[in-house]
Write a protein of this length. Structure first.
Length: 391
């Protein structure tokens, strides 16, 4: 099969009348890379499948993603991991690299079979749950270092959650909601950074959302700790002032204060925050229709990440387009050792459009960006020389 070149891609788009006439109105970018997605297969196919998730990623310009392990079965051994690998081989249209769990069943009690999975996973994580026991995290980091793998942590102190489900801020107080304090995140980050410094393992912090998290990681990097981190598009463009009584605004960690949002923006500008990941987390319509208190945690993000960030951060002059590509492609690939070869994606930059969840390819529809006018529509994505998405 002949592989698609960039020149051939532009010719096809021009023939279909989809290529803007001005060369300044479109860009050809390296395939984007998201190191934090939930494709729900195996175990929760009513939320998402490997096929639907990878198609949604391709529509968003992504040619590589890393899938989190809160699945059934949890990939905590070679046998359990193989179920997901088989689904990837069968149905993924882009490169999908799974995480292996840190602990058996993500229960935090016994170390998973890290050595059995090391050569087939991007890193180890118990995403969705923080590892509560200090000794367990120390053991995990020690083994991961021996295996040459990253520990990627969802940081959350269970004892500090106290039944909260949105940020413990002004909106929660004004509307009678139970809040999640910022320390539930940064407290565990502080512990992990101490362990990472002690052990010397490669450590990655998932979806940071607080100003304290940014400062702790900034200090750790200055001290030579081998740490990287990510934040999500929603944390960079929204805060708890934007909350509505709707499940599409509920995710974990929650939208924090405006001060936190501004600290995160400063973090991406100065390099403290290495990458942007969507934490794409689809749920059924019914699971997201129960309001802020009772809806499931998680929103979808693969099909909106680039346009939202381009519109809110690049067009406003906060960062350059080159910096956005470093955050969405260069850095995640470098840190997690992901090679996407000559993969590329084509975006039209100047024509505005409205985010409409009914047009999504993901099975999830819950997004806080519904109705936003954005710029940066994906026209085509090419993976391994094959067109995996075209408008």
């Amino acid at each position: 099969m002949q592989k698609m070149t960039r020149e051939q891609a532009l010719t096809i788009l021009a023939d279909k009348g989809l290529l803007p006439h001005s060369p300044d109105s479109y860009v050809i970018l390296p395939g984007l890379c998201d190191v934090h997605v939930h494709f729900r297969e195996p175990g929760f196919l009513y939320k998402e499948t490997m096929a639907s998730g990878s198609r949604a990623a391709a529509r968003g310009g992504y040619t590589a993603v890393c899938t989190m392990p809160n699945l059934d079965p949890v990939p905590d051994s070679a046998e359990h991991l193989q179920v997901q690998l088989d689904a990837i081989d069968k149905d993924a249209c882009i490169r999908v690299i799974p995480y292996g769990a840190i602990t058996i069943g993500e229960r935090g009690e016994n170390l998973a079979a890290l050595d059995e999975m090391a050569d087939k996973v991007c890193a180890f994580s118990d995403d969705g749950r923080g590892v509560q026991d200090d000794d367990m995290m120390r053991r995990a980091m020690t083994e991961a270092k021996r295996l040459g793998k990253i520990v990627a942590a969802h940081c959350e102190v269970n004892d500090l959650l106290r039944g909260g489900y949105i940020h413990d801020g002004a909106y929660a107080a004004a509307h009678g909601h139970r809040g999640i304090c910022s320390e539930s995140e940064w407290g565990q980050i502080a512990r992990d950074l101490r362990l990472a410094k002690e052990i010397g393992c490669a450590y990655h912090v998932c979806h940071i959302s607080t100003k304290e998290s940014v400062e702790l990681i900034r200090q750790a990097k200055a001290e030579g700790v081998d740490v990287t981190c990510e934040t999500g598009p929603h944390y960079l463009t929204m805060c708890d002032e934007d909350l509505q009584e709707d499940g599409r605004f509920k995710m974990n960690p929650p939208l924090r204060s405006r001060e936190d949002m501004l600290a995160l923006i400063e973090g991406i500008k100065d390099g403290t925050i290495d990458m942007i990941a969507t934490d794409h987390a689809p749920h059924s319509a019914e699971e997201k229709a129960r309001g802020l208190e009772k809806s499931a945690m998680g929103v979808v993000g693969l099909e909106t990440a680039f346009p939202v960030l381009y519109t809110k951060l690049v067009k406003t002059g906060i960062i350059t387009l080159d910096k956005l590509i470093v955050l969405m492609s260069t850095n995640p690939k470098k840190r997690f050792g992901i090679d996407t070869g000559d993969d590329f994606t084509v975006f039209a930059l100047d024509t505005p459009y409205t985010v409409d969840p009914e047009e999504f390819l993901t099975m999830g529809r819950a997004t806080p960006f519904a109705g936003w006018e954005v710029y940066g529509k994906c026209l085509m994505t090419v993976h391994n020389g094959n067109v995996v998405y075209s408008l």
